[in-house]
Design a protein around this ligand. Structure first.
Ligand code: LLP
Length: 427
């Protein structure tokens, strides 16, 4: 569904990507703001149309910067953060502290103290060590804190094992089967500094179907109902985490975002009716599904190498420094020429980056018309976990990020300079 203008240039958000490349340089992340808003609203409206009290909490780790937080605030989304650095950025970006929830399996005492001082709305307690640490922080400050606790429901969602998080053998959350989750609940309820709002689970990321979520809902309600009966505790909020899959290439066929929400809501309703459990407020934490497809990376084509009968390599001016996902997860992306429409026969190509490493591949196999040095290549759906996992390997500066909407472009993150690269070095 790429759109080209009369000059046969790819346009995004009404902006000509060739002009954007001239103005900001390449590699360049271009974010379609209308798409982000649409996704944010889609989630919220689905909940609202079902009459369900909800909170849609964007997972900052997928991509964050000041401009992104400003946008989230405009769209009335909360955000989840996993470090004091993300809390700092969120607040600087204008996010209301009460709309921030703090995750992580090893939050430091300093981070917890910072979160409490800043008035972070919810801290999701992950483990027994954190119960002690946060309790000590709150005692010192004489404060109470809204908290939830993270439960590992023991669900194996079908995704890459590196991004699986809800299975029993996970570093995150309290295990249900061994009784640890129950012990945690006892401790949380007995502590006057904690205001326990509910339970959280997150089964993984880039999940295409509702099954894993429904299995998690079932397991969560089972244990919640047990706690209701044995301890008289009922949650106000059930937080089902994120993980809704997106389309990287045509081969990917995830449910629509709204369908995930409907499935979760119906699942919770069904279980609550079955168990006669009070229907809780539902929170979700989508990251990728809000931001992935909104992002496109524009690269400039440079050298090529043709090994007869073997391979045709096309090198671009970025690579594993701005998108490590293919190297790390065998992630598959799609791309096309952005600066002209070619009618030449496509060739089988491998798109590689400029980093000094053979694994620096962006697209392993793709059919594209012949390209020349100076052509622009657009790689799509790079909005999630691209810039946020960017690095300075080989001392390449991180790219610029531009937000586009209604024909207007706005720099969201400037390109790093060589001075930036040595700014932390001490001689
Ligand atoms: N909530 C929690 C507790 C999470 O751990 C995560 C992601 C999310 C929400 C958001 O998940 P999403 O909706 O974005 O799938 N770097 C990997 C993904 C790591 C995801 C970690 N947790 C990648 O590039 O695929």
């Amino acid at each position: 569904t790429a759109e080209f203008n009369e000059q046969e240039h790819l346009t995004i958000g009404g902006c000509d990507t060739v002009q954007l490349a001239e103005k900001y340089g390449t590699p360049l992340f271009v974010y379609d703001v209308a798409h982000i808003r649409e996704r944010a609203r889609g989630f919220k409206q689905t909940f609202n149309s079902l009459g369900v009290k909800n909170k849609v909490i964007y997972a900052s780790k997928a991509f964050c910067c000041l401009a992104m937080y400003k946008l989230l605030e405009e769209e009335e989304l909360g955000c989840d953060v996993v470090s004091a650095g993300e809390i700092y950025t969120a607040i600087k970006g204008g996010m209301s502290p009460e709309n921030i929830e703090f995750h992580g399996n090893n939050k430091t005492k300093e981070e917890l103290a910072y979160a409490v001082e800043q008035g972070v709305g919810t801290i999701i307690i992950d483990n027994f060590y954190e119960i002690e640490l946060l309790s000590a922080v709150l005692k010192e400050k004489g404060k109470k804190q809204n908290v939830m606790f993270r439960i590992t429901p023991g669900v194996d969602a079908e995704t890459h094992e590196y991004i699986l998080t809800g299975q029993v053998d996970s570093k995150f959350g309290f295990d249900v089967n061994s009784g640890q989750a129950t012990q945690a609940l006892e401790k949380l309820l007995a502590n006057e500094h904690f205001v326990l709002k509910g339970a959280h689970c997150h089964i993984g990321s880039q999940i295409f179907s509702a099954e894993g979520f429904l299995a998690a809902v079932e397991k969560m309600l089972l244990i919640l109902n047990e706690w209701k009966q044995t301890m008289g505790y009922t949650v106000d909020i059930l937080n089902m985490g994120g993980g809704f899959g997106v389309q990287y290439t045509e081969a990917d066929d995830p449910l629509e975002p709204e369908a995930f929400v409907k499935a979760i809501v119906n699942g919770v309703k069904g279980q609550c009716e079955l168990l006669d459990y009070a229907f809780p407020e539902i929170w979700i934490e989508p990251g990728r599904s809000i931001i992935a497809e909104a992002g496109t990376t524009i690269y400039t084509v440079g050298s090529q190498k043709v090994i007869p009968e073997v391979r045709h390599y096309v090198s671009v001016d970025g690579g594993m420094g701005d998108n490590i996902r293919p190297a790390l997860y065998d992630a598959v992306y799609d791309g096309f020429l952005a600066n002209r429409i070619s009618s030449e026969l496509p060739e089988e190509l491998r798109i590689v980056g400029k980093y000094c490493e053979s694994g620096d591949v962006l697209i392993k196999n793709i059919e594209l018309p012949p390209m020349e040095a100076g052509d622009l290549l657009a790689i799509t759906s790079t909005g999630a976990y691209g810039y946020s996992m960017a690095n300075n390997y080989n001392r390449n500066p991180k790219p610029a990020v531009v937000f586009v909407e209604n024909g207007q472009d706005k720099l969201a993150i400037r390109r790093e300079t060589y001075e930036d690269l040595i700014s932390l070095d001490c001689d």
